[in-house]
Design a protein around this ligand. Structure first.
Ligand code: FMN
Length: 194
């Protein structure tokens, strides 16, 4: 069995909906088990993170970066960092914000840096950018043209119905990619560095 954990914070439900879409994608790969962990529960559910072959990080973009609640989780992981507990696990990330740009890149860079501090290996989105030519549309996959992870857009005045189906499908594909990569990785992992 390959284990994938998704740790996320969501103030108003949008990031949670993206996290659930990532989980759906993971579950499409036979032989994988997914743990959806709200950032506030990470300490109590540390064993699921320890058992994970891959951890996917998700935060809304608040003021151009990760949310304060996700930052609290990030800082808590320093105790795991001290023991190199997540060394050589796979990692990936996603964010959502109201604006199409919205400085989401800043959030993904923070998630990527967190993974690199832990010695994890990053799995990028792996999708061509959508919605960037005259025949493109907001229904395209990867409609914000991300590469590091999912950069979803959700209208500020709506709940999860304001998230496009293309965003949810893009998130599913990230989950599937991470699960497939984790299976390959689990079969032949790197030796742990001292
Ligand atoms: C404190 C705060 C700061 C925000 N900052 C940004 C921002 O920098 N860029 C942006 O496009 N949207 C911003 N938003 C909008 C949220 O990113 C957006 O509503 C997102 O979908 C919220 O996700 P959540 O429902 O999981 O909390 C902000 C919202 C809040 C509450």
């Amino acid at each position: 069995m390959t284990n994938v954990a998704i740790v996320f914070h969501s103030g108003y439900g949008h990031t949670k909906a993206i996290a659930e879409a990532v989980a759906k994608g993971v579950e499409q790969v036979a032989g994988t088990k997914v743990s959806l962990i709200p950032a506030g529960e990470a300490e109590a559910r540390e064993a699921e993170l320890t058992a994970a072959d891959a951890i996917v990080f998700g935060s809304p973009t608040y003021m151009g970066g990760i949310s304060a609640d996700f930052a609290k989780f990030k800082d808590w992981t320093s105790k795991i960092w001290m023991a190199r507990g997540w060394q050589n696990k796979l990692a990936a990330g996603f964010t959502v914000s109201a604006s199409w740009g919205g400085d989401k890149q800043g959030t993904l860079h923070q998630l990527f840096t967190l993974a690199q501090q832990h010695g994890m290996l990053w799995v990028g989105l792996g999708l061509a950018p959508g919605n960037n030519h005259s025949k493109g549309s907001v229904d395209d996959l990867n409609r914000t043209g991300a590469s590091i992870g999912v950069m979803a857009q959700a209208h500020a005045d709506q709940g999860i119905e304001g998230i496009g189906q293309s965003e949810l499908r893009t998130a599913e594909l990230l989950g599937q990619r991470v699960a497939e990569a984790a299976q390959r990785w689990q079969a032949a992992p790197l030796a742990k560095a001292a």
